[in-house]
Design a protein around this ligand. Structure first.
Ligand code: 13P
Ligand code: SF4
Length: 361
Protein backbone atom coordinates (compact mmCIF):
# COMPACT_ATOMS: atom_id res chain seq x y z
CA UNK A 1 0.00 0.00 0.00
CA UNK A 2 1.12 3.54 -0.68
CA UNK A 3 1.86 5.91 2.16
CA UNK A 4 -0.85 8.47 2.80
CA UNK A 5 1.43 11.46 2.28
CA UNK A 6 2.49 10.28 -1.18
CA UNK A 7 -1.04 9.91 -2.48
CA UNK A 8 -1.76 12.35 -5.31
CA UNK A 9 -5.34 12.82 -4.20
CA UNK A 10 -4.68 13.34 -0.51
CA UNK A 11 -5.66 16.91 0.24
CA UNK A 12 -5.43 18.58 3.60
CA UNK A 13 -8.56 19.78 5.33
CA UNK A 14 -8.95 23.53 4.72
CA UNK A 15 -7.49 24.29 8.13
CA UNK A 16 -6.07 22.13 10.89
CA UNK A 17 -8.90 21.04 13.15
CA UNK A 18 -8.39 21.55 16.87
CA UNK A 19 -10.82 20.17 19.38
CA UNK A 20 -10.63 19.28 23.05
CA UNK A 21 -10.43 15.64 23.97
CA UNK A 22 -12.24 14.56 27.09
CA UNK A 23 -10.07 12.94 29.75
CA UNK A 24 -10.42 9.18 29.97
CA UNK A 25 -13.61 8.20 31.77
CA UNK A 26 -12.91 5.78 34.63
CA UNK A 27 -14.99 2.64 35.15
CA UNK A 28 -18.21 3.69 36.91
CA UNK A 29 -17.79 3.50 40.66
CA UNK A 30 -21.13 2.28 41.98
CA UNK A 31 -22.05 2.10 45.67
CA UNK A 32 -23.00 -1.39 46.92
CA UNK A 33 -26.33 -2.35 45.37
CA UNK A 34 -26.46 0.75 43.15
CA UNK A 35 -25.63 -1.04 39.90
CA UNK A 36 -28.39 -3.65 40.32
CA UNK A 37 -30.88 -0.97 41.38
CA UNK A 38 -30.04 1.15 38.32
CA UNK A 39 -30.42 -1.83 35.97
CA UNK A 40 -33.82 -2.68 37.46
CA UNK A 41 -34.91 0.98 37.21
CA UNK A 42 -33.79 1.23 33.56
CA UNK A 43 -35.65 -1.95 32.62
CA UNK A 44 -38.82 -0.66 34.27
CA UNK A 45 -38.49 2.78 32.62
CA UNK A 46 -37.94 1.29 29.17
CA UNK A 47 -41.35 -0.40 29.44
CA UNK A 48 -43.08 2.62 30.98
CA UNK A 49 -41.72 4.97 28.34
CA UNK A 50 -42.37 2.64 25.36
CA UNK A 51 -38.66 2.93 24.68
CA UNK A 52 -36.04 0.63 23.17
CA UNK A 53 -32.31 0.77 23.82
CA UNK A 54 -29.94 0.70 20.85
CA UNK A 55 -26.28 0.47 21.86
CA UNK A 56 -22.99 0.45 19.99
CA UNK A 57 -20.47 -2.35 20.60
CA UNK A 58 -18.05 0.17 22.14
CA UNK A 59 -20.36 1.10 25.04
CA UNK A 60 -19.98 -0.44 28.49
CA UNK A 61 -21.07 -4.07 28.67
CA UNK A 62 -23.71 -3.21 31.29
CA UNK A 63 -25.52 -1.17 28.61
CA UNK A 64 -25.05 -3.82 25.95
CA UNK A 65 -26.47 -6.45 28.30
CA UNK A 66 -29.56 -4.34 29.09
CA UNK A 67 -30.18 -3.82 25.36
CA UNK A 68 -29.92 -7.57 24.78
CA UNK A 69 -32.15 -8.46 27.72
CA UNK A 70 -34.92 -5.98 26.90
CA UNK A 71 -35.45 -6.60 23.17
CA UNK A 72 -33.14 -3.76 22.16
CA UNK A 73 -30.13 -4.02 19.90
CA UNK A 74 -26.34 -3.92 20.03
CA UNK A 75 -24.51 -3.45 16.76
CA UNK A 76 -22.41 -1.36 14.40
CA UNK A 77 -23.42 2.06 13.18
CA UNK A 78 -25.16 0.81 10.02
CA UNK A 79 -27.34 -1.72 11.80
CA UNK A 80 -28.08 0.67 14.66
CA UNK A 81 -29.48 3.05 12.06
CA UNK A 82 -31.56 0.33 10.43
CA UNK A 83 -32.93 -1.09 13.68
CA UNK A 84 -34.73 2.06 14.86
CA UNK A 85 -36.63 2.15 11.61
CA UNK A 86 -37.98 -1.35 12.03
CA UNK A 87 -38.87 -1.24 15.74
CA UNK A 88 -42.34 -0.13 16.85
CA UNK A 89 -41.23 1.70 20.06
CA UNK A 90 -42.07 5.41 20.07
CA UNK A 91 -38.83 6.33 21.87
CA UNK A 92 -35.35 5.27 20.76
CA UNK A 93 -32.60 5.56 23.36
CA UNK A 94 -29.27 5.58 21.56
CA UNK A 95 -26.20 4.71 23.64
CA UNK A 96 -23.21 5.72 21.58
CA UNK A 97 -21.95 9.02 20.23
CA UNK A 98 -23.91 12.01 18.97
CA UNK A 99 -23.87 11.21 15.26
CA UNK A 100 -25.61 7.89 16.05
CA UNK A 101 -28.45 9.70 17.80
CA UNK A 102 -28.70 12.19 14.95
CA UNK A 103 -28.81 9.41 12.38
CA UNK A 104 -31.64 7.76 14.32
CA UNK A 105 -33.55 11.06 14.28
CA UNK A 106 -32.87 11.63 10.58
CA UNK A 107 -34.42 8.26 9.81
CA UNK A 108 -37.19 8.41 12.44
CA UNK A 109 -38.48 11.98 12.69
CA UNK A 110 -41.75 10.85 14.24
CA UNK A 111 -39.95 9.16 17.15
CA UNK A 112 -38.45 10.68 20.26
CA UNK A 113 -34.70 10.02 20.23
CA UNK A 114 -32.88 10.28 23.55
CA UNK A 115 -29.20 9.83 24.40
CA UNK A 116 -27.66 9.21 27.85
CA UNK A 117 -25.35 12.16 27.17
CA UNK A 118 -25.17 14.84 24.50
CA UNK A 119 -21.48 15.38 25.20
CA UNK A 120 -20.37 12.17 23.51
CA UNK A 121 -18.66 13.47 20.39
CA UNK A 122 -16.48 11.71 17.83
CA UNK A 123 -13.12 13.02 16.65
CA UNK A 124 -14.09 12.33 13.03
CA UNK A 125 -17.27 14.37 13.33
CA UNK A 126 -15.35 17.17 15.10
CA UNK A 127 -12.65 17.21 12.44
CA UNK A 128 -15.17 17.97 9.71
CA UNK A 129 -17.24 21.04 10.57
CA UNK A 130 -19.93 21.85 8.02
CA UNK A 131 -18.70 25.44 7.65
CA UNK A 132 -15.37 24.13 6.31
CA UNK A 133 -16.65 21.09 4.50
CA UNK A 134 -19.41 22.73 2.46
CA UNK A 135 -17.13 25.27 0.71
CA UNK A 136 -14.61 22.47 0.10
CA UNK A 137 -17.31 20.46 -1.71
CA UNK A 138 -18.47 23.56 -3.57
CA UNK A 139 -14.93 24.01 -4.87
CA UNK A 140 -15.06 20.52 -6.46
CA UNK A 141 -18.46 20.43 -8.17
CA UNK A 142 -17.40 17.56 -10.45
CA UNK A 143 -17.04 15.16 -7.52
CA UNK A 144 -19.61 12.96 -5.79
CA UNK A 145 -19.54 13.66 -2.06
CA UNK A 146 -19.29 10.55 0.11
CA UNK A 147 -19.21 10.98 3.87
CA UNK A 148 -18.76 8.54 6.69
CA UNK A 149 -21.70 8.15 9.06
CA UNK A 150 -19.44 9.69 11.75
CA UNK A 151 -20.43 13.22 10.72
CA UNK A 152 -22.99 15.84 11.69
CA UNK A 153 -26.44 16.04 10.12
CA UNK A 154 -25.33 19.23 8.33
CA UNK A 155 -22.40 17.43 6.68
CA UNK A 156 -24.65 14.52 5.70
CA UNK A 157 -27.05 17.07 4.20
CA UNK A 158 -24.30 18.28 1.84
CA UNK A 159 -23.34 14.72 0.87
CA UNK A 160 -24.58 12.59 -2.00
CA UNK A 161 -23.88 9.39 -0.07
CA UNK A 162 -23.41 8.40 3.54
CA UNK A 163 -21.42 5.21 4.21
CA UNK A 164 -20.32 3.21 7.22
CA UNK A 165 -17.25 1.01 7.37
CA UNK A 166 -19.33 -2.09 6.60
CA UNK A 167 -20.45 -0.78 3.21
CA UNK A 168 -17.75 1.77 2.29
CA UNK A 169 -15.77 -0.42 -0.14
CA UNK A 170 -18.90 -1.60 -1.96
CA UNK A 171 -20.20 1.96 -2.42
CA UNK A 172 -16.82 3.26 -3.65
CA UNK A 173 -16.49 0.38 -6.14
CA UNK A 174 -20.02 0.99 -7.40
CA UNK A 175 -19.35 4.71 -7.91
CA UNK A 176 -15.94 4.08 -9.51
CA UNK A 177 -17.53 1.66 -11.98
CA UNK A 178 -19.93 4.46 -12.95
CA UNK A 179 -16.92 6.69 -13.62
CA UNK A 180 -17.64 9.01 -10.70
CA UNK A 181 -14.83 10.85 -8.92
CA UNK A 182 -15.26 11.25 -5.18
CA UNK A 183 -14.73 13.55 -2.26
CA UNK A 184 -14.24 11.35 0.80
CA UNK A 185 -14.61 12.60 4.37
CA UNK A 186 -13.65 12.66 7.10
CA UNK A 187 -11.45 9.59 7.89
CA UNK A 188 -8.24 9.60 5.88
CA UNK A 189 -7.21 6.10 6.94
CA UNK A 190 -10.51 4.51 5.97
CA UNK A 191 -10.43 6.65 2.81
CA UNK A 192 -6.99 5.43 1.85
CA UNK A 193 -7.95 1.82 2.51
CA UNK A 194 -11.12 2.15 0.42
CA UNK A 195 -9.18 3.86 -2.35
CA UNK A 196 -6.63 1.05 -2.51
CA UNK A 197 -9.31 -1.65 -2.73
CA UNK A 198 -11.83 0.11 -4.97
CA UNK A 199 -9.44 1.99 -7.26
CA UNK A 200 -11.77 5.01 -6.99
CA UNK A 201 -10.45 8.52 -7.64
CA UNK A 202 -10.88 10.10 -4.20
CA UNK A 203 -10.02 13.42 -2.60
CA UNK A 204 -9.47 12.61 1.05
CA UNK A 205 -10.40 14.85 3.95
CA UNK A 206 -7.78 14.67 6.65
CA UNK A 207 -9.68 13.55 9.74
CA UNK A 208 -8.84 10.66 12.04
CA UNK A 209 -10.22 8.61 14.90
CA UNK A 210 -8.28 9.20 18.12
CA UNK A 211 -8.82 5.60 19.19
CA UNK A 212 -7.72 3.81 16.03
CA UNK A 213 -4.89 6.21 15.20
CA UNK A 214 -3.25 5.13 18.47
CA UNK A 215 -2.58 1.55 17.34
CA UNK A 216 1.13 1.04 16.70
CA UNK A 217 2.44 -1.19 13.92
CA UNK A 218 5.89 -1.91 15.40
CA UNK A 219 4.49 -2.92 18.77
CA UNK A 220 1.85 -4.99 16.99
CA UNK A 221 4.56 -6.81 15.02
CA UNK A 222 6.32 -7.65 18.29
CA UNK A 223 3.08 -9.01 19.76
CA UNK A 224 2.45 -11.07 16.61
CA UNK A 225 5.93 -12.56 16.97
CA UNK A 226 5.09 -13.64 20.52
CA UNK A 227 1.81 -15.17 19.31
CA UNK A 228 2.31 -16.41 15.74
CA UNK A 229 -0.87 -18.48 15.96
CA UNK A 230 -3.07 -15.40 16.51
CA UNK A 231 -5.22 -13.88 13.77
CA UNK A 232 -5.11 -10.09 13.63
CA UNK A 233 -8.45 -8.23 13.34
CA UNK A 234 -8.26 -4.54 12.41
CA UNK A 235 -10.88 -1.80 12.00
CA UNK A 236 -10.14 0.26 8.85
CA UNK A 237 -9.98 3.54 10.79
CA UNK A 238 -6.50 2.35 11.85
CA UNK A 239 -3.34 3.68 10.19
CA UNK A 240 -2.17 1.95 7.00
CA UNK A 241 0.88 0.16 8.57
CA UNK A 242 -1.50 -1.45 11.10
CA UNK A 243 -4.02 -2.40 8.41
CA UNK A 244 -1.18 -3.96 6.42
CA UNK A 245 -0.63 -6.47 9.25
CA UNK A 246 -4.28 -7.58 9.42
CA UNK A 247 -5.71 -10.98 8.60
CA UNK A 248 -9.16 -9.39 8.49
CA UNK A 249 -10.03 -5.70 8.02
CA UNK A 250 -13.66 -4.81 8.65
CA UNK A 251 -16.41 -3.00 10.48
CA UNK A 252 -17.13 -3.93 14.07
CA UNK A 253 -19.77 -6.48 13.03
CA UNK A 254 -17.46 -7.97 10.41
CA UNK A 255 -14.66 -8.34 12.99
CA UNK A 256 -16.98 -10.12 15.44
CA UNK A 257 -18.06 -12.45 12.64
CA UNK A 258 -14.41 -13.16 11.79
CA UNK A 259 -13.69 -14.05 15.43
CA UNK A 260 -16.48 -16.62 15.19
CA UNK A 261 -15.73 -17.92 11.69
CA UNK A 262 -11.93 -18.23 11.66
CA UNK A 263 -10.44 -21.44 13.02
CA UNK A 264 -7.92 -19.55 15.20
CA UNK A 265 -8.41 -19.68 18.95
CA UNK A 266 -6.36 -16.55 19.65
CA UNK A 267 -6.96 -13.07 18.18
CA UNK A 268 -5.25 -9.71 18.37
CA UNK A 269 -7.88 -7.01 18.08
CA UNK A 270 -7.18 -3.48 16.82
CA UNK A 271 -10.37 -1.62 17.63
CA UNK A 272 -12.08 -0.25 20.72
CA UNK A 273 -11.93 -2.84 23.50
CA UNK A 274 -15.67 -2.47 24.20
CA UNK A 275 -16.09 -4.90 21.31
CA UNK A 276 -14.59 -7.75 23.36
CA UNK A 277 -17.86 -8.27 25.24
CA UNK A 278 -19.66 -9.32 22.04
CA UNK A 279 -16.62 -11.07 20.58
CA UNK A 280 -16.44 -13.35 23.61
CA UNK A 281 -20.13 -14.13 23.25
CA UNK A 282 -19.77 -14.84 19.53
CA UNK A 283 -16.67 -17.01 19.98
CA UNK A 284 -16.84 -18.65 23.39
CA UNK A 285 -13.64 -20.35 24.46
CA UNK A 286 -11.47 -18.22 22.18
CA UNK A 287 -8.97 -15.71 23.57
CA UNK A 288 -8.51 -12.05 22.64
CA UNK A 289 -5.57 -9.70 23.09
CA UNK A 290 -5.83 -5.94 22.62
CA UNK A 291 -3.53 -4.56 19.93
CA UNK A 292 -0.91 -2.26 21.46
CA UNK A 293 -1.53 1.47 21.59
CA UNK A 294 1.79 2.41 23.12
CA UNK A 295 4.73 2.03 20.77
CA UNK A 296 8.35 2.75 21.54
CA UNK A 297 8.53 6.34 22.80
CA UNK A 298 4.79 6.89 22.32
CA UNK A 299 1.89 7.40 24.66
CA UNK A 300 -1.72 6.54 23.95
CA UNK A 301 -4.42 9.15 24.21
CA UNK A 302 -7.38 6.82 24.07
CA UNK A 303 -5.77 3.49 25.10
CA UNK A 304 -8.13 1.50 22.84
CA UNK A 305 -11.27 2.88 24.36
CA UNK A 306 -13.24 5.77 22.95
CA UNK A 307 -13.42 8.49 25.62
CA UNK A 308 -16.79 9.63 24.29
CA UNK A 309 -18.40 6.19 24.14
CA UNK A 310 -17.30 5.74 27.76
CA UNK A 311 -19.48 8.69 28.79
CA UNK A 312 -22.57 6.48 28.48
CA UNK A 313 -23.30 4.77 31.79
CA UNK A 314 -26.14 3.37 33.90
CA UNK A 315 -26.66 6.62 35.80
CA UNK A 316 -27.15 8.88 32.80
CA UNK A 317 -29.16 6.21 31.00
CA UNK A 318 -31.57 5.97 33.95
CA UNK A 319 -31.74 9.75 34.22
CA UNK A 320 -32.55 10.33 30.58
CA UNK A 321 -35.35 7.79 30.71
CA UNK A 322 -36.73 9.34 33.86
CA UNK A 323 -36.59 12.98 32.78
CA UNK A 324 -36.59 12.94 28.97
CA UNK A 325 -33.59 15.28 28.87
CA UNK A 326 -31.03 14.94 26.09
CA UNK A 327 -33.54 14.67 23.30
CA UNK A 328 -32.04 14.87 19.82
CA UNK A 329 -33.44 17.52 17.50
CA UNK A 330 -32.37 18.03 13.90
CA UNK A 331 -33.39 21.08 11.90
CA UNK A 332 -36.08 19.87 9.48
CA UNK A 333 -34.53 21.34 6.31
CA UNK A 334 -31.20 19.69 7.15
CA UNK A 335 -32.89 16.45 8.14
CA UNK A 336 -34.70 16.12 4.82
CA UNK A 337 -31.45 16.59 2.89
CA UNK A 338 -29.49 14.29 5.21
CA UNK A 339 -32.19 11.66 4.85
CA UNK A 340 -31.55 11.47 1.09
CA UNK A 341 -27.87 10.54 1.45
CA UNK A 342 -28.47 8.29 4.48
CA UNK A 343 -31.41 6.46 2.95
CA UNK A 344 -29.33 5.90 -0.20
CA UNK A 345 -26.82 3.95 1.92
CA UNK A 346 -29.55 1.91 3.59
CA UNK A 347 -31.21 1.05 0.26
CA UNK A 348 -27.83 0.18 -1.27
CA UNK A 349 -26.97 -2.08 1.69
CA UNK A 350 -30.35 -3.81 1.40
CA UNK A 351 -29.86 -4.48 -2.32
CA UNK A 352 -26.31 -5.77 -1.71
CA UNK A 353 -27.47 -8.12 1.03
CA UNK A 354 -30.27 -9.44 -1.20
CA UNK A 355 -27.87 -9.90 -4.14
CA UNK A 356 -25.35 -11.74 -1.93
CA UNK A 357 -28.09 -14.07 -0.68
CA UNK A 358 -29.10 -14.90 -4.26
CA UNK A 359 -25.49 -15.51 -5.36
CA UNK A 360 -24.77 -17.49 -2.16
CA UNK A 361 -21.74 -15.29 -1.18
P1 13P B 1 -18.71 0.74 12.90
O1 13P B 1 -19.56 1.30 11.83
O2 13P B 1 -17.79 -0.33 12.43
O3 13P B 1 -19.54 0.34 14.07
O4 13P B 1 -17.74 1.90 13.41
C1 13P B 1 -18.22 3.03 14.07
C2 13P B 1 -17.15 3.70 14.80
O5 13P B 1 -17.32 4.75 15.35
C3 13P B 1 -15.85 3.05 14.79
O6 13P B 1 -14.94 3.77 15.49
FE1 SF4 C 1 -15.42 8.37 16.73
FE2 SF4 C 1 -13.27 6.90 17.00
FE3 SF4 C 1 -14.94 7.13 19.03
FE4 SF4 C 1 -15.62 5.71 16.81
S1 SF4 C 1 -14.01 5.23 18.27
S2 SF4 C 1 -16.88 7.17 17.91
S3 SF4 C 1 -14.61 6.92 15.24
S4 SF4 C 1 -13.71 8.78 18.13
Amino acid sequence: MKAQTSHPNAVPAPRPQQFPLPGSTPEPDYAPGERDALIARIKRLLIEQDAVLVAHYYTHEDLQRIADETGGYVSDSLDMARFGNQHPATTLVVAGVRFMGETAKILNPEKRVLMPTLEAECSLDLSCPAEDFIPFCDAHPDRTVVVYANTSAAVKARADWVVTSSIAVDVAKYLAERGEKLIWAPDRHLGQYVQEISGADMLLWKGGCVVHEAFKAEALKALMKQHPEAAVLVHPESPEPVIALADVVGSTTQLIKAAHDLPNTLFIVATDNGILYKMRQAAPGKKFLEAPTVGVGATCVSCAHCPWMAMNDLRNLAEVLETGVNEIHVDEAIRVKALRSTQRMIDFAKERTAAKKVSGD
